[in-house]
Ligand binder design. Structure first.
Ligand SMILES: Nc1nc2c(c(=O)[nH]1)N[C@H]1C(S)=C(S)[C@@H](COP(=O)(O)O)O[C@H]1N2
Ligand SMILES: [Mo]
Length: 158
């Protein structure tokens, strides 16, 4: 795929200021086509992790933070549902923004912290405007392109 046109690896992006509707429910799918509907309460039942000192660095509206995001390690979520071999996961939002994560990134987290499906911000449940369920990639510090708000799908691929 042409890198320039890969919507999962955009080079630049104006953040969407229009919050899409939704209650944080997302669909997780596995390499063999199995699907699970996951609600924020399901995330609360899995082991919780936090990542402190997160900054959202927006080229459009400046830097905000530091924030402490809390939630489930994406690796723990995948391992809770998916038994087959897999090599990458696409996380897609309700507004069609997305990011691709390699299994190696999940298995070998950055010193800054593990990749999360976050549902809290500074210990409070995230509002829909804040993302409600948000991908947090602590290694990304440039343009927030991997900090996907309003998660709607997780597609785990072989
Ligand atoms: N779903 C979704 N997530 C997104 C975006 C978006 O447009 N849609 N924009 C990204 C970009 S480019 C930025 S700078 C940040 C902005 O996050 P903030 O609103 O928390 O500052 O969200 C990131 N995550
Ligand atoms: Mo951004």
């Amino acid at each position: 795929m042409d890198h320039e046109h890969d919507t999962l690896r955009p080079h630049s992006h104006d953040p969407n200021l229009q919050t899409p509707t939704g209650d944080g429910t997302f669909v997780l799918s596995g390499p063999n086509g199995s699907e699970w509907l996951i609600v924020p309460a399901d995330l609360q039942r899995l082991p919780q992790a936090t990542v402190a000192n997160c900054y959202i660095v927006s080229t459009g509206h400046g830097t905000s933070g530091p924030f402490t995001f809390g939630g489930v390690r994406l690796l723990d979520l995948i391992q809770a549902f998916i038994a087959e071999e897999w090599s990458e996961v696409e996380v897609i939002s309700a507004d069609g923004f997305g990011n691709r994560l390699l299994a190696s990134e999940l298995y070998h987290p950055d010193p800054a912290g593990p990749i999360l499906l976050a549902h809290t911000l500074d210990s409070n449940p995230m509002t829909r405007e804040q993302g409600l369920v948000r991908l947090i990639v602590p290694s990304e510090r440039d343009d927030a392109l991997r900090q996907v708000k309003w998660v709607a799908r997780g597609i785990v691929r072989h």
